[in-house]
Design a binder for this molecule. Structure first.
Ligand SMILES: N[C@@H](CCC(=O)N[C@@H](CS)C(=O)NCC(=O)O)C(=O)O
Length: 230
């Protein structure tokens, strides 16, 4: 399996940046297909490789196409990280259960709350000018009563998880949970959904990621990573 050359279908300004980053960290040969958003949506050609038509998609090289970032990251690490660099630092607390829990928190807990808030943000922008204030008011009420407190709960939890370590999976290198969490955390910051200053360990974690040569290379190889959507 490790002899296969995977192909990443990557789209600009999207969560597939985290998979591109992982591929660069793994330092393996891979093909990169760059796709461009069309009016914020994925382009039709992405439906030719997978019926969901979203990014990221990973062609494994043996006829299989994997969707879902969490699973793509799992596949890539299990297949190519033979030295175990991205599987935790050996501290028993940074084990596979923690990795799984943090990945699911990103995908099933934090992600949906972020999506609710993002949809309301888009709704405000799409509402005709003369009634936009009304949509903005609804958004503000929902943020005060629901998405704000929920995001704060998750961010405080995540900030605590970084106590005494540089990455969610330890001190030596990022693990799958770090790759997976990098997108929702950056997305919330990009649209000012959270005040990152309130979560100093997460702020330092993001800065640490941005300093990694593999992250920088992933930005150079990709086709843009602007999550502000303006
Ligand atoms: N749960 C999937 C979500 C994939 C997804 O929704 N990707 C977005 C990019 S951030 C997309 O392709 N959106 C365009 C569209 O749905 O038209 C994952 O984790 O990979």
């Amino acid at each position: 399996m490790a002899g296969l050359k995977p192909t990443l279908h990557h789209m600009n300004n999207s969560q597939s940046q985290r998979i591109l980053w992982l591929l660069e960290e793994l330092e393996i040969p891979y093909n990169l297909e760059l796709h461009q958003r069309v009016e914020q949506r994925s382009p039709p050609e992405l439906r030719q490789t997978h019926p969901l038509g979203k990014a990221p998609q990973l062609e494994t090289g043996d006829g299989r196409v994997i969707a879902e970032s969490v699973v793509i990251a799992k596949y890539l690490i299990e297949t190519y990280d033979k030295a175990g660099k991205f599987r935790g630092d050996g501290n028993p607390k940074n084990d596979t259960l923690r990795d799984e829990q943090l990945c699911l928190l990103a995908a099933s807990s934090l992600g949906p709350v972020m999506l609710v808030d993002l949809i309301l943000l888009f709704a405000s922008r799409m509402t005709p000018f003369f009634v936009r204030w009304l949509m903005a008011l609804v958004h503000s009420q929902i943020r005060t009563q629901f998405s704000g407190p929920e995001l704060d709960l998750y961010y405080r939890y995540l900030d605590d998880q970084l106590e005494g370590q540089d990455y969610f999976m330890g001190n030596t290198a990022p693990g799958r949970a770090d790759f997976v969490l990098s997108y929702p955390v950056q997305q919330c910051i990009a649209v000012a959904m959270v005040d990152i200053k309130k979560y100093p360990r997460i702020e330092q974690w993001i800065a640490r990621i941005h300093e990694r040569p593999a992250w920088k290379r992933s930005l150079e190889k990709g086709n843009g990573y602007d999550l502000a959507f303006d």
